[in-house]
Ligand binder design. Structure first.
Ligand code: ZN
Ligand code: ZN
Ligand code: ZN
Length: 258
């Protein structure tokens, strides 16, 4: 345990964030490479309706940069979009949404924090200068209660032009779509509007249709990952992983600098 902590301290930056990110990356690696066909892991992700927005984007980034398993990610996304679509079709989805299980990646982070916070606290007594290394979220070291979700601070990233997201809340829809009837919402904005009591029925239906489209294109993408299939990806399929993450997580957020 101390070896891992020492290693994290050598890296620079907040040691608890490094340890959490490592735990999270390990979970994602297993998820994409081993657990995609694991019934228990799939059921856990269905119970939580996927990941939280921050972890969806982190998974997308890690898949692209180091894990390299687009097929695994597409299968997970198709499954989750399907679960969320079924939920949205029911109309009153808020209660089920609020009662969903916590994000499994957040749970990993909490376990990691609980494991190392006490040990780091001891180190701080003899090496008080290490406190300066802790980020804003970890500055007041504590062992989080199980199941409590960590609220992270973060700011919205600007979305590149031509981004496939059409959620007006994320502000990334194509201007040409204005006036073409109700725009769909990403899930975080849909839930937010439902909570404020301003969600229009037509917007909910538009989001259901967006989910259906995503599933169709994700299935096309999955089918073409088979080496026997030599068809090229369509334009939409080429950006379908990002689009599905946008639907589930909204525009990407980054953690603000400590
Ligand atoms: Zn930190
Ligand atoms: Zn999470
Ligand atoms: Zn949105």
């Amino acid at each position: 345990m101390d070896a891992a902590l020492d290693q994290a301290l050598e890296l620079g930056g907040c040691p608890l964030c490094s340890l959490q990110d490592r735990a999270c990356a390990g979970y994602f690696r297993a998820l994409l490479w081993e657990l995609v066909t694991d019934v228990g892991a799939r059921n856990k992700l269905r119970a939580s309706l996927g990941l939280c927005p921050r972890h969806w984007w982190r998974l997308r980034q890690l898949e692209r940069d180091s894990l390299h398993n687009a097929l695994g990610l597409a299968i997970l996304l198709e499954d989750t979009v399907g679960e969320v679509r079924k939920l949205l079709e029911e109309g009153d989805f808020r209660q089920r949404w609020e009662n969903r299980a916590p994000c499994p990646a957040c749970e990993r982070e909490q376990q990691t924090e609980a494991t190392y916070a006490g040990r780091l606290q001891e180190r701080l007594e003899t090496e008080p200068h290490l406190r300066r290394r802790l980020c804003k979220d970890h500055h007041n070291l504590h062992v989080p209660a199980p199941g409590r979700s960590l609220q992270r601070s973060g700011k919205l990233l600007p979305i590149p032009r031509g981004d496939p997201s059409r959620c007006p809340g994320c502000g990334a829809y194509e201007p040409s779509e204005r006036g073409k009837g109700p725009l769909p919402r990403c899930i975080p904005h849909l839930v937010e509007e439902a909570e404020r009591g301003v969600l229009e029925e037509t917007a909910r239906q538009a989001s259901v249709r967006w989910a259906e489209e995503l599933q169709t294109h994700l299935r096309g993408f999955i089918h073409k990952q088979d080496h026997q299939v030599c068809e090229p990806l369509t334009l939409r399929e080429r950006t379908i992983l990002d689009e599905a993450v946008l639907f589930l997580a909204g525009a990407p957020r980054v953690r603000s600098a400590a």
